[in-house]
Design a binder for this molecule. Structure first.
Ligand SMILES: C[S@@+](CC[C@H](N)C(=O)[O-])C[C@H]1O[C@@H](n2cnc3c(N)ncnc32)[C@H](O)[C@@H]1O
Length: 411
């Protein structure tokens, strides 16, 4: 890939937002860390000729986007409808006409903001919402969301681009970002225009960023499907020659929890129970209702015959560990789910296909769960070949937490 093409990829990869908001206080996370893009790029470059690429755990579409900029066709699935929407937005092709219609719609929408002519959109039912946004930011976002909906239908390309810019804006206007983002008023005359003026400028700036990315059209085609990666044999798809994915980790991080603000504002979630239900469907989800269901969950059978795994689960579920039984169940379900997924993956692979799973290990009560070895063992059990485990990087200051590329081929 030439350098300009790489820059184009970067721009759309950063479509959602461009700064790290994992503050702990608010739970924002950076959706496409630069290292994961680099890693996907590195693996993608090894494909010498055109190949069909698949990512079963789409997330923010890093793999699909990279494949499409390299001229490959790709398909990707995710269980989260917001991420499917975002992936479609990021991998679509846009014309100059669409971009100028979107600019015009932006001004039409902004003219409605603060004019008192429309009902504001409902504020997300998030506990302590004022920790996320101050009242003036909430009022602006409620008006802007409603104004976008009045101006352009969500399903159109223009509506999509406006909503991507809205997602970036809602972070830029949040308490998490307020202190990072320069809310600097450029001169004293603008200062008198007030905070709403500044918010509108933030939206315009974010839209311009999104529109610059929109014009960087990839050459490959991407199909993004709302689907459960444990049921891949139900999809009628041409076989794939390359899989690059970063599956959910067994670390109790809830993607639904982290993405709630976007999902509520855009209407992908209506009430907190919906978030828990979706988390229960997600592999590795343990938030809200998912946690109580996990407590009662019993496997029909245990997958992955590993003595090491059994020993680890025994010591995690020891009565000395307050939530030991729950967490042992969590890991057991995670392993079973990944087993089902990998078994199903075989049905959509071309002969000779290579697969790359970027996985991170984790610890529970000081017990190291060697997730990379569990993947390698499952792949071996279900008939993959040339299995390799390559350490990639340390995840944080805890020296044992490492990310790996677990690769294999399907002959
Ligand atoms: C680690 S993230 C993927 C990150 C991605 N590589 C990126 O660049 O953003 C894991 C993804 O798996 C999705 N997921 C979880 N369970 C799933 C399932 N059963 N089927 C399909 N996707 C699932 C989550 O919604 C989440 O987007």
């Amino acid at each position: 890939m030439t350098q300009p093409a790489h820059d184009q990829l970067r721009q759309r990869a950063d479509y959602t937002h461009s700064y790290n908001l994992k503050t702990g206080r608010h739970g924002w996370l950076r959706l496409t860390p630069a290292y994961s893009l680099r890693l996907v790029e590195e693996i993608m470059k090894q494909a010498s000729s055109k190949v069909r690429v698949f990512d079963p755990f789409c997330g923010t579409a890093t793999t699909a986007l990279s494949a499409a900029y390299h001229g490959h066709d790709a398909a990707t699935t995710d269980i989260n409808p917001f991420l499917v929407w975002l992936a479609r937005a990021k991998t679509a092709r846009y014309s100059y006409a669409t971009v100028s219609r979107t600019r015009k719609a932006c001004e039409d929408a902004l003219a409605l903001v603060g004019a008192g002519e429309i009902d504001p959109a409902q504020v997300p039912p998030i506990h302590n919402i004022e920790r996320w946004w101050h009242a003036d930011a909430l009022a602006f976002l409620g008006d802007l969301r409603a104004a976008i909906e009045c101006t352009m239908p969500f399903q159109t390309q223009e509506g999509t681009l406006l909503c991507v810019a809205f997602c970036r804006t809602l972070i830029a206007c949040s308490n998490a970002a307020f202190n990072h983002q320069s809310m600097s008023f450029k001169n004293s005359s603008q200062l008198t225009l007030g905070i709403q003026y500044e918010f509108k400028e933030i939206f315009r700036d974010n839209l311009e960023f999104v529109l610059r990315g929109a014009l960087q059209n990839p050459t490959g085609e991407v199909e993004t499907i709302l689907h459960d990666a444990r049921l891949l044999s139900r999809l009628k798809l041409e076989p794939f020659g390359l899989v690059i994915t970063s599956p959910p980790y067994a670390n109790r991080m809830s993607y639904i929890r982290e993405l709630r603000p976007y999902m509520y504002w855009l209407g992908f979630l209506q009430k907190p129970q919906d978030a828990g239900e979706l988390d229960w469907l997600a592999i590795g989800g343990t938030w809200g209702i998912a946690t109580s269901r996990l407590n009662k969950w019993k496997p029909a059978r245990n997958r992955c015959n590993s003595e090491r795994l059994e020993r680890t689960l025994d010591s995690i579920s020891s009565p000395c560990n307050a939530n030991g039984k729950l967490l042992a169940n969590y890991i057991r379900k995670y392993v079973n789910d990944i087993y089902e997924h990998l078994a199903e993956l075989r049905t959509i692979l071309a002969s000779g296909a290579s697969i790359h799973y970027i996985v991170g290990n984790s610890t529970f009560y000081g017990e190291l769960l060697p997730v990379e070895l569990i993947y390698a063992q499952i792949l071996d059990e279900i008939g993959f070949n040339n299995i390799e485990v390559r350490p990639i990087r340390k995840r944080n200051s805890k020296k044992e937490l490492i990310e790996f590329d677990v690769s294999a081929s399907w002959l």
